[in-house]
Design a protein around this ligand. Structure first.
Ligand code: CP
Length: 339
């Protein structure tokens, strides 16, 4: 277990050349420790990013990711420039060999190397179409940036994953465990439950995929995923977790509940149910070990999560969103340390 707010030297990760999934992290606990050290001392490396620039490219809306990454860059003395590609940029073409006679104006092959000249790190947010599974799961957009930019690329959420969110989630669980250790008599490892929640429209699988991938790779939790029938996620991310359609069973003795809606993976991008019975309530919380409740936000109140839960002492969603800064700062610091 990690020391809370530990400022002692941490085991460094080997060179981090990009951050698009947990596979880019050699040592999750070291990165978590680094993030918590920055939380305790935000300006410890205030010169590390001096004379460096990060370009934050958004093809989709964002509140937390955009602002927390800007704050993280600023804490490291780095300049962050935000570009809303979807609103202010030329429409980009990503297909190799495309005959650009349609709506796209500039090929990624031309745009990305230019951005690589302007910036030392490029960070990109894209979303999936939720129409074409093969295309979304090929991660064409972010992979084309990686191929052509010539500088390290950081995912601010891609078609299938949201690694900065998942790193934040592990940081938040670890931070809470440091403050409130679970008695060994209760469990060997904390019980973490990812539960599907209702929503009004089909959402990407990114946050759920990524959370599953990170918790499995972290290996320090008993991990259970619960969702209605037809909502199975891609096994490449969930393998190792216990998966059940019985939410009450999953919630029994849970220490952390991660609430998230996602659309169907097999029958891709659909909404098969919107059953309100899947919304977490105080009654369901009684099944748990007084579990802490997490959500990546934004959240549809009283659809995905009730007011009674979000406004209760069990909710740690604000702390979790605050920790986005320290996750981003730890990642940028790793990349800058080797530039
Ligand atoms: N959780 C998250 O990524 O929030 P934003 O969409 O506001 O960045």
């Amino acid at each position: 277990m990690l020391d809370a707010f530990c400022l002692k030297p941490f085991a460094s990760n080997p060179i981090m050349k990009q951050f698009v999934s947990v596979k880019d992290v050699a040592n999750i606990n070291a990165l978590v420790q680094k993030a918590l050290a920055y939380k305790a001392n935000p300006f410890a490396d205030k010169s590390l990013g001096a004379n460096k620039r990060i370009g934050l490219l958004f093809l989709n809306p964002s509140l937390r990711t955009r602002l927390s990454t800007q704050v993280a860059a600023s804490n490291l003395g780095m300049e962050a420039i935000v570009f809303n590609v979807d609103k202010d940029g030329w429409a980009l073409e990503f297909e190799e060999g495309a005959i650009m006679s349609g709506t796209t104006v500039e090929h990624i092959k031309d745009a990305a190397p230019i951005l690589g000249h302007y910036f030392d790190i490029l960070a990109i947010r894209t979303f999936p179409s939720l129409k074409n599974k093969a295309e979304d799961y090929s991660e064409m957009y972010i992979n084309q940036f990686i191929k052509y930019a010539g500088v390290p690329v950081v995912s601010l959420e891609s078609a299938t994953l949201h690694p900065l969110q998942s790193l934040t989630d592990i940081i938040t669980i670890q931070e809470d465990l440091n403050l409130h250790p679970i008695p060994q008599t209760l469990h060997q490892k904390p019980k973490v439950v990812l539960t599907w929640a209702p929503h009004v429209k089909p959402l990407p699988q990114c946050v759920a995929n990524s959370f599953a991938e990170w918790v499995n790779a972290w290996g320090e939790a008993e991990f259970v995923i619960t969702h209605p029938e037809h909502y199975e996620l891609d096994e490449q991310f969930t393998k190792g977790a216990t998966i059940t359609h019985n939410q009450d069973e999953a919630l029994k003795n849970a220490d952390y509940i991660y609430v998230k809606n996602w659309s169907t993976y097999t029958d891709y991008g659909k909404m098969h149910t919107n059953d309100p019975k899947w919304m977490l309530t105080q009654e369901k919380l009684q099944l748990t070990n007084n579990a802490k409740v997490m959500h990546c936000l934004p959240v549809r109140r009283n659809v995905e999560l009730s007011d009674e839960i979000l406004d209760s002492a069990n909710s740690i969603v604000t702390q979790e969103a605050g920790n986005r800064v320290w996750a981003a700062q730890a990642v940028l610091s790793e990349i800058l340390s080797h530039q």
